[in-house]
Design a binder for this molecule. Structure first.
Ligand code: GTP
Ligand code: MG
Length: 283
């Protein structure tokens, strides 16, 4: 799904989400475990303000387990509640109800004192495009999702999906705009396929990715493409080695960088190079 986040559209989305937020008790914020920071909406804190929030690090199957542990400690240090999940297999989704009740403990207690018991806990899912919102809702609700087609923000005609243990989930997730201003974040989003309109051409994108991989995941990179690189190798040099190894040569002995770049990005996205995280907490 393609969304062009022109300013008017962003303002509308912001408003819709704020309206929906009034109806819910808690927000599940989905981020990509490979880029927990870059896949956050830049205004998420402002938008969700005082709402209890659970950060779900989705696609944990694609991320580097060691880096993921660093992220989890980071969230813990910041006093944030975060959980690793895989929305395809359903990994860890069973832990969500208990964590949700824990986060809403005080509210539930306050309600109890006022004689309100078993009031449903209302939940809304938000996240940038392609982060896995639909997959999550589908798996979490056991396929009870009312596939109405996603719209940014969430609009009229809202539907609630009733779940076990007194939970109700808004069936349409709030689609938030990604970070565009931050160049590095935009690159990482593009590597993962979250930005479909390439902000750079594929070849240039692959250069940046290859330099990162050569720095942080050299072993995996070299093993995958059966190449040997120097620490200071430039993206273009690495891509050239890959193209030669794979025989991506055009008539006239010219290197087919386009084909090589496409393969590298495809294989990265398909996790064929390895479980890779693209950023660590800052500071
Ligand atoms: N490996 C892996 N892939 C996932 C996971 N969750 C979702 N995906 C894949 O990620 C892609 C995007 O998932 P969607 O559920 O469509 O994401 P979305 O956030 O609803 O995307 P939009 O509707 O475009 O905003 C799909 O190809 C999913 O199969 C996960 O936990 N692991
Ligand atoms: Mg979707």
């Amino acid at each position: 799904m393609q969304i062009n986040w022109f300013p008017g559209h962003m303002a509308k989305t912001r408003k819709l989400i704020s309206e929906n937020l009034k109806l819910v008790d808690i927000v599940y914020e989905l981020v990509d475990a490979r880029i927990p920071e870059s896949s956050k909406n830049p205004e998420i804190e402002k938008i969700t303000r005082n709402k209890p929030k659970l950060t779900l690090l989705n696609k944990c199957d694609l991320a580097d387990d060691k880096a993921t542990q660093i992220w989890l400690s980071h969230y813990e240090k910041m006093g944030r509640c975060a959980l690793l999940i895989n929305s395809i297999t359903g990994y860890n989704l069973n832990k969500i109800p208990k964590i949700t009740k824990e986060l809403l403990k005080e509210k539930i207690e306050r309600d109890r004192q006022r004689g309100i018991v078993n009031r449903p806990i209302k939940i809304m899912v938000v996240g940038i495009p392609n982060v896995g919102k639909s997959s999550f809702i589908n798996k979490f609700t056991g396929g009870k999702s009312a596939q109405t087609g996603d719209r940014p923000g969430v609009t009229k005609g809202k539907q609630w999906i009733r779940l076990k243990e007194g939970f109700e989930l808004l069936d349409t997730p709030g689609i938030l705009w990604p970070k565009f201003e931050d160049k590095e974040a935009a690159l990482r989003l593009a590597y993962t396929g979250a930005i479909k309109d390439e902000i750079l051409d594929v070849v240039e994108l692959s250069f940046h990715l290859l330099e990162y991989l050569n720095k942080e995941y050299k072993e995996e990179l070299c093993a995958r493409y059966k190449i040997e690189t120097t620490d200071s190798a430039k993206g273009v040099e690495i891509l050239e080695l890959i193209c030669k190894k794979r025989g991506f040569i055009l008539p006239g002995a010219e290197i087919d960088y386009d084909r090589g770049a496409k393969i590298v990005l495809d294989e990265f996205r398909a996790c064929k190079i390895g479980k890779i995280t693209l950023e660590l907490p800052k500071g």
